[in-house]
Design a protein around this ligand. Structure first.
Ligand code: FAD
Ligand code: EPU
Length: 283
């Protein structure tokens, strides 16, 4: 009715792991299209960089943000900006984060460069407050617009109980767009910080993966714990615990969700400290 594009598609192609069966994909390009998509059970897809999707796919609608919901306006708001700090126009939840981070660097705008190398969309990165030890999404947010089944709201970080890898935004509330709060710096200074944060990625695998499997318990590297349990290089089917970093599971080609689930079970069975999953399993 609202003109949303609806297609049955394999989800594997929308994920960095490259695993996942079919679903009805709703590409929505307006608030009205999003509201229509949200009328039946749904899931929200961002950059697919934290997902392990079942080989059977999912029965719910899968919503992707497209068109204006994937566009950005980085013009400083004159009323809210000062000599030191700017507040941007709206940045869509569907905007790919890596390109945004590069663009902010060229503009000499700081606060988000610590998230360099995270292959998310803005909405997904905000929803789970993606970050590294050099910075996280909530370092650079002014306003967050969220579509809920009850309607659309605009909130500030102070309204949310956010923390490590957690925005406090309920599941299936959709981050439609945000306004960024950034510090005026120089392209050179931002680039130097980006390069520094990027050093921490040197030891991460370059293959198909959904990033770190488990959150770091109490600040201890889950990767180190899994490594110390002797699990690097463990292979089930075509999924492998990366030899480079034990908190990464990689797809050697043709891996299934079942392979990945089996590896997660092996890890849980062998690491004494209880680990909380960072991956999201669909369903
Ligand atoms: P998806 O994987 O598509 O979805 C993840 C969750 O977010 C789902 O619940 C989904 O419903 C929800 N979601 C997606 N879009 C929206 C939206 N618009 N509104 C509301 N909810 C939404 N993470 C880190 O934190 N730090 C890292 O350093 C890091 N490094 C990584 C490196 C690699 C190589 C890879 C593959 C992943 C890495 N990750 C890292 C994991 C991943 O990038 C983050 O978890 C990221 O936040 C996921 O965002 P996404 O847009 O891909 O979301
Ligand atoms: N380590 C090992 N063996 C391993 C992995 C790590 O001994 O297999 C050791 C390292 O040698 C180092 C320490 O553990 O001394 C920390 O490792 P690393 O620097 O790789 O950081 P991490 O804590 O394992 C976290 C994030 C990453 C983020 C990096 C860089 C989590 C779960 N992981 O990893 O985020 O990129 O720091 O900031 O918080 C993600 O969340 O998906 C993710 C990739």
């Amino acid at each position: 009715r609202t003109g949303a594009r609806v297609e049955r598609l394999p989800l594997a192609r929308f994920t960095t792991l490259g695993v996942g069966g079919e679903a009805e994909v709703w590409s929505v390009a307006s608030a009205a299209q999003l509201a229509e998509a949200m009328e039946q059970p749904y899931r929200v897809l961002g950059g697919g960089s934290n997902l392990v999707i079942a080989d059977e796919g999912v029965p719910e609608r899968v919503i992707r943000l497209a068109g204006p919901l994937a566009e950005r306006d980085l013009t400083p708001d004159p009323g809210l900006s000062s000599a030191d700090e700017i507040v941007t126009g709206w940045v869509g939840g569907g905007v790919p984060l890596p390109g945004l981070i590069r663009q902010l660097q060229k503009l000499g705008l700081s606060n988000l460069e610590g998230t360099v190398g995270i292959p998310a969309q803005v909405g997904g990165a905000v929803w789970m407050n993606a970050g590294t030890r050099y910075g996280e999404m909530f370092d650079g947010l002014h306003t967050i617009e969220i579509a809920t089944p009850q309607g659309t709201v605009q909130v500030t970080p102070a309204d949310l109980a956010w923390g490590y890898r957690d925005s406090g935004i309920p599941r299936n509330h959709v981050v439609t767009r945000v306004r960024l709060k950034l510090r005026r710096s120089t392209p050179e200074d931002v680039l130097a910080k980006m390069d520094f944060a990027d050093q921490a990625r040197k030891g991460q695998p370059k293959m198909k993966t959904p990033g770190c499997a488990f959150k770091n318990p109490g600040g201890v590297s889950a990767g180190r714990l899994i490594d110390e349990a002797g699990l690097k290089g463990t292979r089930i089917g075509n999924a492998l615990i990366a030899p480079e970093h034990a908190n990464f599971i990689v797809n050697l080609g043709g891996a299934t969700a079942a392979d990945v689930h089996a590896l997660l079970d092996v890890i849980r069975g062998r690491v004494a400290v209880p680990l909380e999953l960072e991956y999201e399993l669909w369903p």
